[in-house]
Ligand binder design. Structure first.
Ligand SMILES: [Fe+2]
Length: 200
């Protein structure tokens, strides 16, 4: 894909319709602070929607949601990732930077070609740590995600996520469950190379 000022305008994409809203914001915290985190968000009207356990990078990933929308069974989503494993990239973040926002995910319009968005962002300088990852749920709904590399080792990052409905019209329902270990492979590897000075 060519990158020219004529295609993208001065300093950005001409097509501003690709991203519609924040899909979710995910936090990391110390393992023992799960209950307090959930209670805080329950006070704001959130409830637990799904809880996912990962094996390769042992951790618990909890999605809390609030409200409803025509497209999804929620209006907004907050994630919490916690781990008992001291070596977890989650705990690397908490040790280095404290508990807080690990990543913000922007929702990409389902009518947009996700791969094209990805290539166009790369062409104007966005540095991704993953390719576009694609997953399908049992109802043939698809989740497509691409993750921007952190600027500091085990630091915060940005996600672009697209939820494509299956034949029943329902969008991929839930958190980014199947890809989490794959994301953490890329995140840990990129962070170690960044720390070793192998990435400038
Ligand atoms: Fe996410």
């Amino acid at each position: 894909m060519q990158s020219t000022a004529a295609q993208h305008g001065e300093g950005g994409l001409q097509d501003t319709g690709s991203v519609r809203h924040i899909d979710h914001v995910t936090y990391v915290a110390a393992w023992e602070n799960e209950k307090g985190f959930i209670e805080t968000w329950e006070a704001l009207g959130f409830h637990e929607h799904v809880r996912v356990f990962t094996d390769r990078h042992p951790a618990t990933h909890i999605a809390l949601v609030a409200g409803t929308s025509p497209e999804y069974p929620w209006a907004t989503m907050t994630g919490l990732s916690i781990s008992e494993d001291p070596e977890s990239p989650i705990n690397e973040f908490v040790r280095r930077y404290g508990a807080g926002t690990q990543h913000v995910a922007y929702n990409v319009d389902p009518t947009t070609d996700m791969e094209e968005v990805y290539q166009r962002l790369k062409s104007i300088g966005w540095n991704f740590m993953t390719p576009v990852l694609t997953f399908e749920d049992k109802n043939k709904a698809m989740l497509r995600q691409a993750f921007v590399a952190p600027a500091i080792p085990f630091g915060p990052f940005v996600e672009f996520v697209q939820r494509l409905p299956g034949p029943d019209g329902k969008a991929f329902d839930g958190f980014d469950m199947m890809n989490i270990d794959e994301l953490y492979d890329h995140y840990a590897d990129y962070s170690r190379r960044l720390e070793a000075g192998k990435i400038k």
